[in-house]
Ligand binder design. Structure first.
Ligand SMILES: Cc1cc2nc3c(=O)[nH]c(=O)nc-3n(C[C@H](O)[C@H](O)[C@H](O)COP(=O)(O)O)c2cc1C
Length: 185
């Protein structure tokens, strides 16, 4: 699979079936994340890969009704960072940007491996941090639900989520966000 195919095939699907989580898989995801660029190569990202059944059960307690689909994922990765781990140039804080770049690499690597990797922000962060022993000065920026796409649509999905399962949510036209030579041009 080339880069363009991975970008095109990556989707935030919400229906999963079980997949065995191996150290080899985790190493591949970590390698892809680690090769992302970052300001002064500070590598501010921290990931906690959760696949232990008991800990996963506790993570599930932090999910709202709308994200119950994530309880079917075999792996949930918590994406963490803090401002102090990366460049701060005037008012520009780079930790979220750089951690996002690493996360994008991880999502594409998962896609190439035939997996769904769905990032999401709807959870109780203090519960997640407590269960995963994330140091209190770090922010749990997102969770990523990882698994193999299910053959059938999860019964946990709303109508809108079922629509997203069948068709990629629409994107802005290029002229709304990608300008030539001058902003808005
Ligand atoms: C920062 C972030 C937060 C998100 N939060 C949620 C969420 O809480 N629940 C959910 O079902 N999807 C969530 N998503 C997934 C988006 O809804 C999805 O990526 C978007 O609709 C585009 O669909 P696609 O990724 O399949 O192209 C989130 C994605 C990102 C990047």
């Amino acid at each position: 699979m080339n880069v363009n195919e991975a970008i095109s095939q990556r989707r935030a699907y919400r229906s999963f079936k079980h997949v065995e989580i191996t150290q080899e898989l985790l190493d591949k995801l970590a390698s892809a994340a680690s090769l992302a660029p970052s300001c002064y190569n500070k590598q501010p990202w921290r990931f906690v890969a959760v696949y232990d059944k008991e800990i996963l059960d506790q993570v599930h307690q932090a999910l709202p009704k709308g994200n119950q689909w994530a309880t079917e994922a075999s792996l949930i990765i918590a994406v963490c960072s803090k401002k102090e781990l990366d460049c701060v140039i005037g008012e520009r804080e780079y930790f979220l940007f750089d951690t996002g770049l690493a996360t994008a690499n991880l999502l594409l690597q998962a896609t190439e491996l035939g997996l769904v990797a769905h990032p999401f922000a709807g959870y109780k962060p203090e519960l997640i941090a407590g269960v995963l022993a994330v140091p209190s000065d770090l922010t749990v920026i997102a969770l990523i639900a990882v698994g193999v796409r299910g053959d059938t649509i999860s019964p946990n999905l709303s109508e809108a989520q079922i629509r997203d399962e069948q068709q990629r949510p629409p994107r802005l036209d290029h002229d709304k966000f990608f300008f030539n030579n001058r902003y808005g041009g």
